[in-house]
Ligand binder design. Sequence first.
Ligand code: GDP
Ligand code: MN
Length: 403
Amino acid sequence: MNLHEYQGKELLKKYGVTVQEGVVVDDLSKLEEAYHQLKDSTGTDFAVIKAQIHAGGRGKGGGVKLAKNFSEVEEHANNILGMMLKTPQTPGGMDGEGKLVRKILLAEDVYAPDFDANEEIYVSILNDRERKRNVIIYSTEGGMDIETVAEETPEKVFKEFIDPELGLLPFQSRKIAFNLGLSGTAFKGMVKFLTSLYAAFTGTDSSMFEINPVLKTGDDRILAVDCKVSIDDNALFRHKDIAALRDEHEEDAMEVEARKYGLSYVKLDGNVGCMVNGAGLAMATMDMIKLYGGEPANFLDVGGTADAERVEQAFKIILNDPNVKAILINIFGGIVRCDRVANGVIQAAKNISIDVPVIVRLQGTNADIAKKLIDESGLKVQSAIMLQDAAELVQKALDGAEA
Ligand code: GDP
Ligand code: MN
């Protein structure tokens, strides 16, 4: 689950990470009060208006603006709140339709008084699955697109691997601060910043933190100016407070719908819809579809109880995607018997109109009875017992649809 910048900063602050302060505003009527609240704590008239959407590159799209006084704050807030913000990271990029800005963060101008005295640094923390380590990626080239930095000047991107059992060791944070060319107060500030940041990363069960830029100000303070946080969904059950931060407006509507029914669904770009029980089997099914020349349109795990209601919901979600040209159902009947699943599929297929070919592969307890049920149901559903056969039927159905 991803968080907004303002939410991420609140979490970081709880762990002692120093951040660019701000007040979130979702309605222009609250702007003046927010501005005065901020001004009282910063003591300057300057403020930055930052669009809150789940995408980076907001500055490039006009979603981050500096204002010198309240009338400029009003002007920028008017433009940004409610706009369709296009950034290189919103769907379709700068040519796409953009994302609706529902909230803005009115933030302190941390680059003042001498803009050129600031240094923008890049810091992120991720899991490196192959090494079974956490990794801090950092660079002196902050404020820019890190992928471009990594491509053009790879020698400027550093990695520090962290044993999750030992945590971030003091020598490691000193090494990072040193490699970033810091000294004196800024060096100490960075060591403290990294220590708190790492504690926040593990304490919130995050899978990704990206702070770009981390700012070294002219007076040697270290601040998180931007904040991208992804929390591991599988850990949300033990962070009810974080789970409550979910903003469904920012998520794929079908993924939100699927979650309501306990289905785990991820939309992909292909044309073969998949309905599978078990994540491992879902992955194997996607591999098999690709092996036969197709492209999966989604990942969908219906879970342990593939009853009629769930199967029906799953059909609806899959069919909502106009790219879907065929559906492959692959269920292993262990605890749930195949004939019950088959009846579920038949029931669901009667309740909703399905205008694409459906191929069902049921394996396990009562697989043969299930196949018979489907074959005799009168529905335009093809069945198979072997997964290869099913994948081949899918491909034939697709070829037939094209011809
Ligand atoms: P992003 O474009 O979505 O990555 O948003 P950021 O929060 O990283 O902001 C983009 C850019 O806006 C930063 O790299 C800065 O150049 C600029 N910016 C952000 N905060 C301030 C600020 O307080 N003062 C000034 N002058 N510029 C800022
Ligand atoms: Mn940024």
